[in-house]
Design a protein around this ligand. Structure first.
Ligand code: MF3
Ligand code: CO
Ligand code: CO
Length: 275
């Protein structure tokens, strides 16, 4: 049985398994945090080029967050010590920034989560260093389409499974693999909360979507099989078959008649090419 709970400020911080239904104050908070996430991602195209280290990008992200009065929610999160995740090529998610330099043709996901005035704006986009292959560009395009097709299903009365079903149907049309091991999630004052938003599902299943629910949709789509493994650093998730992987993520809120995307680019920089 799915439980729902209209939140007040004091109870919205507890991870008690209920799906929280937020009011206008929550929407206002998420709009600001989401806007900051989007603004930071809007600044990333100039950083992603051959020769740049992912540590340098991490530093730039951290400074933008601190300058805006936010903190990186990932910093110190379950022992993670960086301000964003940067996942290159066959890295599916949770790539750790390092002294490694980007090279020509790399495809790169940057995932940022500023915590601003108590609210989490969680979003990621793909970027390309130099010239990616045709196959890589198509994977990126289809992954973006998967995210937006999922978001189109997000409205009151729909079921959570409708989102995953739309994503899975689109990805599998191209024989791509939809990652099952990582999901979207509820968020708000908490970074990761109920419900789990799976990206491969049966339509008509799962909890009903209701106004005031906040969640991320963040499909990870592989050029090959869906299977992933986590490296010995405890974070870096890679495709088992070493195939390329792409991901886009938005934070959304269910409204009376659809949904609001909190992390939409203000500059129209939705997907590459950004030039
Ligand atoms: N931003 C990621 C997400 O989309 C979570 C990163 S947690 C970290 O849910 F610790 F790896 F940074
Ligand atoms: Co997320
Ligand atoms: Co994220």
């Amino acid at each position: 049985m799915t439980e729902y709970q209209h939140v007040t400020a004091d109870m919205s911080v507890y991870r008690d398994g209920t799906i929280k239904l937020h009011g206008p104050e929550g929407f206002e908070g998420m709009r600001k945090a989401g806007r900051l996430a989007a603004d930071i991602l809007d600044a990333m195209p100039e950083w992603v080029r051959p020769g740049v280290t992912t540590e340098e990008i991490d530093t730039a992200v951290r400074e933008m967050m601190l300058d805006a009065g936010a903190v990186p929610a990932t910093l110190g999160y379950r022992g993670y010590t960086h301000s964003c995740c940067i996942s290159i090529n066959h890295v599916v998610c949770h790539g750790i920034p390092s002294a490694k330099t980007l090279k020509d043709g790399d495809i790169v996901n940057i995932d940022v989560t500023p915590l601003l005035d108590g609210w989490h704006g969680d979003s990621s986009r793909m970027y390309v260093a130099g010239e990616p292959s045709v196959k890589a560009r198509r994977l990126i395009d289809v992954t973006y389409e998967c995210l937006m097709l999922g978001i189109e299903k997000a409205r009151p009365g729909a079921r959570l499974g409708d989102i995953g079903a739309a994503i899975q149907a689109h990805a599998e049309q191209y024989r791509y693999g939809v990652v099952r091991d990582f999901c979207g999630h509820g968020l708000g004052r908490l970074f990761h909360d109920a419900p789990e938003v799976v990206h491969a599902a049966k339509a008509g299943t799962g909890p009903e979507l209701r106004p005031g629910m906040f969640m991320t949709i963040e499909p990870m789509i592989n050029l090959g099989k869906p299977h992933v493994k986590v490296l010995s650093d405890g974070w870096t998730a890679v495709t088992r078959d070493k195939s390329l992987s792409a991901q886009f993520e938005h934070s959304i809120g269910i409204t009376e008649d659809g949904c609001e995307i909190f992390t939409l680019s203000q500059k129209g920089l939705h997907k590459p090419p950004y030039a």
